[in-house]
Design a binder for this molecule. Sequence first.
Ligand SMILES: Nc1ncnc2c1ncn2[C@@H]1O[C@H](COP(=O)(O)OP(=O)(O)O)[C@@H](O)[C@H]1O
Ligand SMILES: [Mg+2]
Length: 301
Amino acid sequence: MSEIVSVINYKGGVGKTTLTLQIGVGLVTLFQKRILLVDLDPQCSLSLSTVDEHYWADRVEKQGSVREMIQSFYESEKPECNPDWIIENALDRAWDSMPGKLEGLDLLPGHLDLPDYEMKLVAKKPGHMNAEEYQLKRYMILKDALAKVRKKYDMILCDCPPNIYMVARNAIIASDYFLVPTIPDFISCYGVPFILEHIKAMQEEVRERGGHTEAKFLGIVRNRVRQAGSHLVKEHEEHSVKLRERYEGALFDSMIIDRIGVAELLGSRENLYTAKSERSNEIKKDFTHLVREVLRRMGKD
Ligand SMILES: Nc1ncnc2c1ncn2[C@@H]1O[C@H](COP(=O)(O)OP(=O)(O)O)[C@@H](O)[C@H]1O
Ligand SMILES: [Mg+2]
């Protein structure tokens, strides 16, 4: 049975999408795992970093995406994840000229309409449910839907939007673990305690309503860390110390340094772990440590 992991923070730009993708690609390339990436952010960066934009646009209109998964809550008693919505071997698709070929990394693509569904989930009860059921079940759509496909995968990684609204709440309720990326600076770290509190309060609410949720805090990963020589820049060092003191063992030892090539990798759909350029070596080292630590913290090394 696969584990479901959500990458979440309500700060944008801290690396949720980058980490989701590169942890997924690393698990497939280095550990031959079967991975499903789930794009829950309406910006659809994860989808666009994985498959060609025209292929994605055409595909989600013709075959469906997470939008249809949420819509299924309104159409039947059991939310579904139709296997047709999943793009198999996503880095292989519609991008034959690129060096990113990779089998075993599937994508449940995102959709730009998701904000409308955030609103709908808050305001509109499905006709087939009573009010009490609706209060609970609207958090459990992803969990119920993914139950149908999860046995195909070793791990499912959910890239969350930069908020803790309904879709992100669904991700947490579906998950076994959640991972919080942050940049170790004042602005990015400010929201970390709040996201943890919100997740805890939401889990309590779901339990009080009779729902089951067990997502555990896998930890905090520092991303876009800036170095000066062999040291971290002062602000990043200070916030690393604060995070380590406040969250004890929850701060990952591995971290991702801020490097130009990281952003380029997203745009080029190149597989970091098989890339040959000198510049990719350092990035590869960072992400390989991170992937190993993810497995270790999940007791899977
Ligand atoms: N370690 C890094 N070094 C350099 N650029 C990075 C790094 N991590 C992320 N980025 C860039 O920062 C931007 C935000 O990252 P992204 O993963 O999209 O964040 P989020 O999903 O949290 O909004 C992107 O342009 C991405 O390419
Ligand atoms: Mg993102």
